[in-house]
Design a protein around this ligand. Structure first.
Ligand SMILES: *Cc1c(COP(=O)(O)O)cnc(C)c1O
Length: 356
């Protein structure tokens, strides 16, 4: 049976990336060595890292005021590393709380300095993105989660502010054309839309650094990582390699405009199907709906278990909602073919004929 992988993360990767990554583990570029057996200071790995950085720079159309880092850990590490490097003890950072991840981010930041939560949609179960909220002019930065993976909302218009913007883009990075130069710091765990778990992409405007008085442990210090060219210590070699291959795939497929076209096509198909179906409802504010993760529910909750059973039978993987949210979540990252969404929509219709 053909499987349709709607996992929220780690999630689907292009088949060609998996094949090449598998080959490299056995015999990297016909060297007779595994990728896992080569030193990280070899020319081989330097080239991998360089291509990964060049691809990020090209896809994001970044100017030279940015540095690109591949660092250990998941996005959760960045919840700590960002404030440790950018937020002085007496200073204030503004945070948007639009879901599980944004909430964790500001709580971590409050260990390092003052935090002002300037927008919070928890009053409606995080089903919308606040608009027109005030941001203190003297905030060190404003932190947003560009796509709320768990709740299925996404920023479609950035807040107007002169305060430096910091974004957790873990679940929608490289999913569509974006004005990346609008941000002072971008981070993303690789395992949603750009590779394997174990590495973070951090894109940082150099003028953000050197402004805090605290002593920063070397391994946490962005400036030191920049000086070391992401090679301060052994980087997660395999994870960086998979990101490099995924970035290469994005470029070969036509870049971010092509990714955007595909992703919008998939999400429109799914949301239109949900909206037209009497058994299902998607309560997220329509203008804030995510193109990556669609969160929706069966109006009759007793039908949820039979629907999830049917999905399982039919090879639809990873569609159960996050444990605190419930319902259904369909993740449609770059590598997910539209055929998977079509099949899922057909399954919804089939279920509706049986139960409607
Ligand atoms: C998955 C996710 C995280 C957590 O990532 P880890 O790599 O598991 O630390 C953080 N933020 C967002 C937006 C996510 O989707």
């Amino acid at each position: 049976m053909k499987l349709h992988n709607f996992n929220s993360g780690p999630s689907i990767l292009p088949q060609s990336v998996l094949t090449q990554a598998a080959e490299a583990v056995i015999n990297f570029n016909n060297t007779g060595l595994s990728l896992l057996e080569i030193g990280h200071r070899t020319n081989w790995f330097q080239e991998i890292l360089q291509e990964a950085k060049d691809s990020v720079k090209q896809l994001m159309q970044l100017d030279d005021s940015y540095d690109i880092l591949f660092l250990h850990g998941g996005a959760t590490t960045q919840f700590m590393q960002v404030p440790m490097n950018l937020l002085d003890t007496q200073a204030t950072a503004a945070y948007c709380d639009h879901g599980v991840w944004g909430n964790k981010a500001w709580k971590e930041a409050s260990l390092f300095g003052h935090v002002k939560v300037v927008a919070d949609s928890s009053d409606q179960q995080y089903r919308y993105i606040n608009k027109g909220f005030a941001i203190p002019n003297d905030a060190a930065y404003l932190h947003i989660t560009s796509n709320n993976t768990v709740e299925g909302t996404q920023w479609h218009t950035l807040p107007e502010t002169t305060v430096p913007l910091v974004a957790d883009m873990s679940s929608d990075i490289f999913s569509q054309p974006t004005n990346f130069n609008r941000f002072s710091l971008i981070y993303a765990g690789a395992q949603k839309n750009m590779g394997a778990a174990g590495v973070n992409l951090v894109v940082i405007k150099k003028d953000m650094l050197g402004k805090v008085a605290r002593k920063i442990p070397t391994i946490m210090n962005y400036q030191k990582h920049i000086e070391a060219g992401s090679l301060m210590n052994t980087p997660p070699v395999f994870a960086v390699y998979v990101s490099m291959l995924t970035l290469r795939w994005i470029i070969q497929e036509g870049g971010l405009s092509e990714m955007g076209i595909r992703n919008h096509r998939k999400s429109s198909l799914l949301y239109n199907t949900i909206d037209a179906n009497p058994l299902f409802e998607a309560p997220v504010a329509v203008e804030d709906r995510s193109h990556m993760n669609a969160v929706f529910f069966l109006k009759d909750q007793s039908l949820e278990a039979p629907f999830l059973d049917l999905c399982k039978q039919e090879g639809m993987i990873g569609v159960k909602g996050y444990r605190t949210v419930g319902g259904i979540r369909v993740s449609m990252y770059n590598a997910l073919p539209i055929e998977s969404v079509t099949s899922f929509c057909e399954l919804m219709q089939f279920f509706t004929q049986k139960h409607g």
